[in-house]
Design a protein around this ligand. Sequence first.
Ligand code: 13P
Length: 253
Amino acid sequence: MRKPLMAGNWKMNKTIPEAISVVKALKSAVADVTDVEILICPTFTALYAVSNEVKDSNINIGAQSLFWETKGAFTGEVSPVMVKDTGCSYVIIGHSERRQYFGETDEIINKKMKAAITIGLTPIVCIGETLKERECNITFKVIEKQTRGGLTGLTLEQAALVVIAYEPVWAIGTGKTATPDQAQEVHAFVRKIYAEMYKDAAEKIRILYGGSVNSGNVSELMKKPDIDGGLVGGASLEVESFAKLVKYSKQQL
Ligand code: 13P
């Protein structure tokens, strides 16, 4: 019932020509995929060019962040309407790198998420514990706080549109993936908290796993009932690895 979503977060990588050359090749590599929704999130500077390139294809485009105000004196920021204007349909919000390096709090994330929904962008809200938090056995406490804090104040209708990405910070870019059981345990917990907040919407939303996902580990992760897709960093930068990952269900045949 929930269509899997495979999202590539390119982070601060690729110039416009580099981005265009990857999506051109990706377009033909995944042209036959209908069972998985495909999303690429390039840097702001490449959004417009990339979204023009994927028009009329099965690839969606998302931004990696936005600001919550519509316009005005906010030097260096990009508003929700501007993100929408480039042709994006998604936006990543509250990635752990934004929390860590740019001081984004659950309160800021909540403002950004509401601004995204208001303009008609689907937010992918990131949550996840650090290694220290996992070792101190406070993973579930952290996850509950981030889920309730970042996702509060929606209508039931809005709540059903959200995507959540569980990205344990210790698994990002480290080659250390959470085991499918570890990920499933947290995903089920997130869905339970979300059901307490928004009832039936919890069954509708997709919860992605992120953190060293690659074409070798994706199909085991995707077998878990509460894992509805992946938010992929490194393995999304190359056409071959991302196309293979998107086609994970074919690997099982
Ligand atoms: P890696 O897949 O490179 O570990 O990055 C995960 C991530 O942060 C995606 O948002």
